[in-house]
Design a protein around this ligand. Sequence first.
Ligand code: GSH
Length: 266
Amino acid sequence: MATILYSNYSSYYSMIARLCLAEKAVTYDLHDVDIHIKMEQFAPEYAAMQANMTVPVLDCDGNIITDSRLILYFVNQHFGGVDLFPAADAEAIDKSLELHYAFSIEDLTMGNALRKSPIARIALGRGLARASRRCLLMMNAHPELKDAYTKKLVLEEERKRLILSEENNYAQMQQRAVGLCDMLEAQLAQHQYAASAQYSLADVVWTIFLARLVMIKFDYLLAERKNLSDYWLRMSSRKSYAAANICTKIPPSKLIRIIFALLFRA
Ligand SMILES: N[C@@H](CCC(=O)N[C@@H](CS)C(=O)NCC(=O)O)C(=O)O
């Protein structure tokens, strides 16, 4: 099978796809999509493939899967190795995935960044404005993709409201992140893994969730929960974790380049 993953190193949902592929020991080509500096997700060829203009995208012999949750199911079903979605635990795994995907990690991550530094606040504001401008530019240059760029523009405006405006949802996201940690702690008191007694797709997503909490310095949420901190140690020591190149810290030189682009690029 010719398998290509369009991914970005620090992108949360790309990491979910990479970790799942690593768990199933799938060999694939990794295409890095620069979503921050060059904003390659807005390129017409990419928008034609993924109308929401997000990463990850999995191309498996021309079969295009454009959402991380669908990638999880697809990879599990179409590649060999351990079954990460066994029928006996399917209900519990789906319930766990549902809880995970109902949470907006982006709102938590960006809301946190802009509260930590006034430069980050300005950069995020400019970055979101830059994305809206790019949508307008592209919809004029590529009328055949007008619907996709129009939809993306609406999403960019919604992001501004949820993250930057007075009515931002940060307090609510913080509270929900704590709730998710409590839920995981209780689950892990019952079985070794997030949804059942075996490693499953649920562990793929919750590993990435915990990696993000570490990245935004919310690791105290792990440290104060015994089962969860043990679980994090186990998950982050798996072979797949290293193979998937999971990001818990953006290298400072890269971060500076991103902030610079957000602040100054047209
Ligand atoms: N529901 C999608 C969400 C994907 C998503 O939001 N990806 C982010 C990176 S983590 C992205 O591509 N952001 C760039 C953008 O929205 O322009 C999935 O699960 O794959």
